[in-house]
Design a protein around this ligand. Structure first.
Ligand code: HEM
Length: 411
């Protein structure tokens, strides 16, 4: 017996149960077709939080993303639930949640550490890290790609950029995962209150300590660049460095891991696509873009309207939340033919890194390089890798990622 889908005006997009098996793609498809800018009245889990507008088409997400004067990142932060894990005040100390001109000044400083040249210089080191993690699996028949491959690789890559000692990788990963995945009962079994009271302070203390150490003894890592950076003769303030450091470790930890695992899952579920890559490894960068399109690591980012405005035929009021759903815009049928089909030859443009504008992802070059190396090295060693159980999604309308991906390495 088929169950009638809810009428769209009753759909509450961020409700946890909609996200148990990944993003609710069918609901987003209906929204794009029937109500592309959609109002959700409440968030059941957070009764004090206001409702929000959902923006679901690529054109509208693009329009919001580029218009920072109408759609602020600072007023209410960048996630649909304002205060879920970190108080808004802390979120706003990160430049991802600032508006120009302050945003631009800080971003310019951080950009110096992420120039394409600086990233390209890291290619041999990233390959070595990836190879050593994959070689560590020798002799094993099965593993979990999330915890045994993706996590150690991304932690060490961002750790080496930032100057985190390798023996602390697991601790940093645990804290970051607890904070970003909070809400998911497996990732933070002790609940969000404990994460807030225990894990957030521990993480910031560690960030502060590392920043203080680099102030005393600079090295060639990115933290030292931040500590010593000047713009118009002015240094960054202490809390700007600490929160900038946190932002980079958080972004570097989670997103690349998510895209690699979802991409590998798709390759295992579509052996014809995997065979195309094996036959022609020059397709790997295109497979990376297709994985980014179909499985954007962040399901959404949010803005807050600074004035009354119109979008997609709806009137948005000053102060209202506007949520850009990349998981929807990246499958917009007006941009992509057969958008739910995973096609490693598509080499698509997409909005996984944001839809242009001031907040476009700082880490694109690093993420693309890491993802390319991860896919290349995994397939080179384990060309017949296959699923060894049902993967599980983190239950979250914000981080779009698998929390388990059991595989058989050499069937
Ligand atoms: C697959 C990998 C990644 C994805 C899908 C991704 C996605 C995004 C998205 C969607 C935004 C825009 C946020 C907004 O508009 O409010 C963003 C911003 C940002 N990302 Fe990434 N990211 C990835 C990897 C990384 C990495 C590896 C780093 C750095 C280590 C990084 C650092 C940042 C920073 C600092 C911002 C804020 C930029 C700003 O506000 O101007 N990202 N990312």
């Amino acid at each position: 017996m088929s169950v009638e889908p809810l009428p769209l005006n009753e759909v509450l997009v961020t409700e946890r149960e909609l996200w148990q098996d990944g993003p609710p793609h069918e609901t987003f498809r209906r929204m794009r077709a029937e109500c592309p800018v959609h109002w959700t009245a409440r968030i059941s889990e957070y009764p004090d939080e206001a409702g929000y507008w959902s923006v679901t088409t690529a054109d509208d997400v693009h329009a919001v993303s580029r218009d920072w004067e109408t759609y602020s990142s600072h007023l209410g932060g960048v996630t649909a639930v304002t205060d879920a894990i970190m108080p808004l005040e802390l979120v706003r100390a990160m430049f991802i949640a600032m508006d120009p001109p302050k945003h631009d000044r800080l971003k310019a400083l951080f950009q110096r550490g992420f120039t394409p040249r600086r990233i390209a210089e890291h290619e041999p080191a990233i390959r070595e890290i990836t190879a050593s993690v994959l070689d560590g699996l020798a002799g094993r028949e099965t593993c979990d790609l999330v915890t045994d491959v993706a996590q150690p690789v991304v932690s060490r890559v961002i750790g080496s950029f930032m100057g985190v000692p390798s023996e602390e990788d697991a601790t940093w990963a645990r804290l970051m995962n607890a904070i970003l995945g909070a809400g998911d009962p497996d990732i933070s079994p002790e609940g969000t209150a404990t994460v807030m009271q225990r894990d957030v302070p521990e993480l910031f203390q560690r960030c502060q300590q590392l920043v203080a150490e680099r102030r005393e003894r600079p090295t060639d890592d990115l933290t030292s660049v931040l500590v010593n950076a000047e713009i118009d003769g002015e240094r960054l303030e202490e809390h700007e460095i600490v929160m900038g450091f946190f932002l980079l470790v958080a972004a570097g930890n989670d997103s690349t891991k998510a895209t690699y695992c979802s991409g590998m899952r798709a390759l295992m579920e579509h052996p014809d696509q995997r065979d195309l890559l094996l036959a022609d490894p020059s397709l790997v960068p295109s497979a990376v873009e297709e994985s980014l399109r179909m499985f954007p690591a962040f399901a959404h980012f949010r803005r807050t309207a600074t004035r009354d405005t119109e979008l997609g035929g709806q009137t948005i009021g000053e102060g209202e939340k506007v949520v850009m759903w990349y998981v929807s815009s990246n499958r917009d049928e007006t941009r992509y033919e057969d958008p739910d089909r995973f096609d490693v030859t598509r080499n698509p443009e997409h909005q996984a890194f944001g839809a242009g504008g001031r907040h476009f992802c700082l880490g694109t070059a690093l993420a693309r390089l890491e993802l390319t190396i991860l896919l290349e090295e995994t397939l080179a060693r384990y060309p017949a890798i296959e699923l060894a159980g049902a993967p599980q999604y983190a239950e979250s309308p914000f981080v779009n990622q698998l929390k388990t991906l059991p595989v058989r390495l050499k069937p």
